[in-house]
Design a binder for this molecule. Sequence first.
Ligand SMILES: [Zn+2]
Length: 104
Amino acid sequence: MSSEARLDFSVDHPQSYSSPWEGEQRVLTYAGRCESCGIRTYGFSDGRNDPRGPLGEHASHNMEASDHFMAGPQVVACFSCMNDQQRYHSLLAVGMRRWKKTDR
Ligand SMILES: [Zn+2]
């Protein structure tokens, strides 16, 4: 049996993942459902959420208010929606309703 941990994309609790290539223990946490397509998204504590890796389509890529000179909670998003122009704009519209302008 492989020492590589299996990731379960149906649970909310943190999971540890040991990469056979990087030889390190990583912690995966549930980030919520993508607010565009509804897929369950997950992120590693080190922030390296490459969809070509073990996360695949579940890779978290949340939209940050500060990137748009606003303040407020993140919009939960998956990697593929953040890279799709139409879905990106629908996520941005969610953020604009939720966020407040900063003083800058
Ligand atoms: Zn999505």
